[in-house]
Ligand binder design. Structure first.
Ligand code: GTQ
Length: 349
């Protein structure tokens, strides 16, 4: 604090010092930093090339097994939030690799996880007694407190993007986790069971209610891509988003997960979006094509398939597709919507 220059300031500072011993502090010194006219975040625009992450992961593969690591993941740390395992203020992201023959042992936790498959196919994740096979571009959910283990019986390594609400749950002091007694949980349902039961525009006749997480836990890319391709024919391009869809819980119509919104968008070759900003800091993962995104005034990301970048809250973003491109993205939008905090600025587009 600056040296007091007047008698009045000296008196005030003496007062602040005195009440500080009682764990009291004056609001009027910090109000402007606490209640800001617009979001002011240490979260910075940032990007990672998949080729760099992949090389580091292969090196990690020679240093530690999936089993020993429990989860062999390289965390994507926001440069403005180093040392905190955060890609945004309230979300975590990492890239996980499972080598042929490896198992990432079963555990469960209150944090929700999303997986977006970047490279490889034929590996699996088991969630609540059902195994699903992973393919590039699949979006897969691990609901809170669901047992999950990952394995790879395919001949190739598999890489996926993990998105978790770790910082949010940490903020709420609501973290619980436990290990399963076995490396792999017992399978109680055949592969495809959840999809047949909940993902075919049908519900079991006596199904009641809907939870916070979709019971469909694999949204296969083949189906998503086909929908985008068919919708493209309508040519109803949104100036800010191209063609953007959100993954949904078929029971409630709400987001597929309670804490993380997940989205997929098609940008046709040559399409340039107009300036857009929203209060949900968003992590993007292109899975097809090439292009660039301009974040804020001057942060330019030249991206291609499998790269990852982050747009902080309330920073403008524009995307330009050099080739037909598909972008997966996730954010805390469901939380902000539930709390009536979500805001967006479409620049009047
Ligand atoms: O696969 O269960 O990236 O528990 C971080 C924590 C992945 C997982 C992460 C986890 C997992």
């Amino acid at each position: 604090m600056a040296e007091p220059v007047t008698a009045q300031e000296a008196e005030r500072h003496a007062f602040y010092d005195r009440i500080s011993t009682q764990n009291l502090t004056p609001l009027w010194l910090s109000l402007a930093n606490l209640v800001t006219p617009e979001p002011i975040s240490p979260c910075q625009p940032a990007s990672w090339r998949f080729s760099d992450i992949r090389a580091a992961m292969m090196e990690a593969g020679g240093l530690i097994s999936a089993k020993e690591a429990e989860r062999r993941v390289l965390v994507l740390e926001n440069p403005g939030l180093r040392g905190q395992s955060k890609i945004t203020t309230d979300l975590y992201a990492g890239v996980q690799m499972v080598l042929p023959g490896e198992i990432a042992p079963a555990h469960r936790h209150t944090q929700s996880a999303l997986r977006f498959v970047l490279e490889g196919q034929g590996a699996h994740t088991s969630v609540n007694g059902e195994r699903t096979i992973m393919h590039e571009g699949d979006f897969i959910i691990t609901p809170p407190w669901a047992w999950h283990d990952h394995g790879n019986h395919s001949p190739d390594p598999i890489f996926w993007l993990d998105g978790l609400d770790i910082p949010l749950v940490q903020f709420l002091d609501a973290s619980f986790m436990e290990h399963h007694k076995d490396d792999e949980q017992p399978l109680t349902r055949p592969t495809g069971d959840a999809d047949a039961r909940y993902g075919a525009n049908l519900l079991p006749v006596d199904h009641k209610g809907g939870g916070g997480t979709s019971p469909v836990f694999n949204y296969p890319y083949a189906r998503t891509r086909d929908a985008l391709e068919r919708l493209r024919k309508a040519r109803e391009w949104d100036p800010c988003h191209g063609l953007k869809m959100r993954y949904t819980n078929p029971i409630t119509g709400n987001h597929a997960m309670a804490t993380m919104g997940t989205f997929v968008q098609l940008l046709p070759r040559g399409f340039a979006t107009t300036k857009y900003r929203s209060s949900d800091a968003t992590v993007f993962a292109p899975i097809e094509g090439r292009g660039r995104s301009i974040i804020g005034d001057d942060f330019v990301v030249e991206w291609q398939k499998r790269d990852i970048f982050v747009v902080p809250s309330w920073k403008h973003v524009r995307h330009e597709a050099a080739e037909d491109a598909v972008l997966f993205s996730f954010s805390d939008r469901p939380v902000q919507e539930a709390l009536h905090l979500f805001r967006e600025d479409r620049g009047n587009a």
